[in-house]
Design a protein around this ligand. Structure first.
Ligand SMILES: C[S@@+](CC[C@H](N)C(=O)[O-])C[C@H]1O[C@@H](n2cnc3c(N)ncnc32)[C@H](O)[C@@H]1O
Length: 263
């Protein structure tokens, strides 16, 4: 199982549900009991709890992440493929960025359908379609190269998005399957936060590429990987310089897809 830090989840979910229009089909105002599977630190679970007067429970296999989620919502440790609940225990079963991390998403969706009496939903990104615009001219192309190699080298479908999720929903026997698109836009501009300054320093050391070496070497030959790291470090140093001058701006858009289906 891929591990995530609490800091990574907080950082990547910041502002994700500022607009909640794409959650409309979850009919949150009518829910009596909702389950968020693979809840991590509870980033989505808290949104669900905000929007419904019913009970909302989080489940995750990582007990360290649950220590954060449990500060705001009730949680249970468990595996998405063998949920510790009887049939029809919830009227909404939902996950966010979980299926992209599972080798067999359909198997998990079948289990979601078992414990739901009404609706199943999955909110999944397509990591192959992220766009980056930056005042550092090389950043957009380098991000695209690194992302393409990561998507090709990782052992689950991190580009699942709406199409792959719909396939898993149909294969699991869900009805009335439909999808809404939700774009998560993130910007960096002056004044920079401490977290943004730290992210720039990390770019200048190509830390993220070093952490992902095992995934990237394969899609990239070893010398291509080293070239990408060298170009990335140079790009990172320019980002740091532009930040010192208060000139750096970056805009990233991650497409998420909210798919729903009836049991
Ligand atoms: C990318 S994180 C998403 C966390 C949270 N849903 C969010 O969007 O912030 C994926 C989460 O799924 C959990 N996870 C992965 N495999 C799991 C499994 N088989 N059963 C339960 N949780 C799992 C991980 O521990 C992690 O918290």
């Amino acid at each position: 199982m891929r591990a995530f830090s609490a800091d990574y989840l907080r950082r990547t979910r910041e502002g994700l549900w500022e607009s909640r229009e794409a959650l409309r089909d979850l009919e949150l105002d009518t829910r009596r009991r909702a389950l968020d599977i693979g809840c991590g630190t509870g980033e989505l679970t808290r949104v669900l709890a905000d929007e419904t007067s019913g009970e909302v429970v989080g489940v995750d296999a990582d007990r360290d992440l649950l220590t954060v989620a449990t500060e705001s919502v009730p949680v249970v440790a468990g595996d998405a493929h063998r949920l510790p609940f009887p049939d029809d225990s919830f009227d909404l079963v939902v996950c966010q960025a979980l299926l992209i991390n599972l080798p067999d998403p359909e198997r998990a969706v079948r289990e979601f359908a078992r414990v739901s009496s009404d609706l199943v939903a999955a909110i999944e990104p397509d990591n192959s379609s992220v766009s980056v615009e930056s005042t550092v001219s090389a950043e957009s192309d380098l991000s695209r190269r690194a992302r393409a190699a990561y998507v090709a080298g990782v052992d689950t479908n991190v580009a699942l998005g709406g199409g792959g999720t719909r396939e898993a929903f149909h294969a699991a026997g869900l009805d009335d399957v439909s999808t809404r698109t939700h774009h998560h836009a993130k910007t960096v501009e002056p004044p920079y936060s401490a977290r943004e300054l730290e992210a720039a320093r990390r770019k200048a050391t190509a830390g993220a590429l070093t952490d992902r070496r095992e995934t990237l070497v394969g899609p990239l030959a070893p010398d291509e990987y080293e070239r990408l790291r060298a170009d990335w470090r140079e790009m990172g140093r320019t980002v740091v310089d532009q930040m010192r001058a208060g000139e750096y701006r970056r805009a990233e858009v991650v497409p998420f897809y909210v798919t729903t289906g009836r049991v």
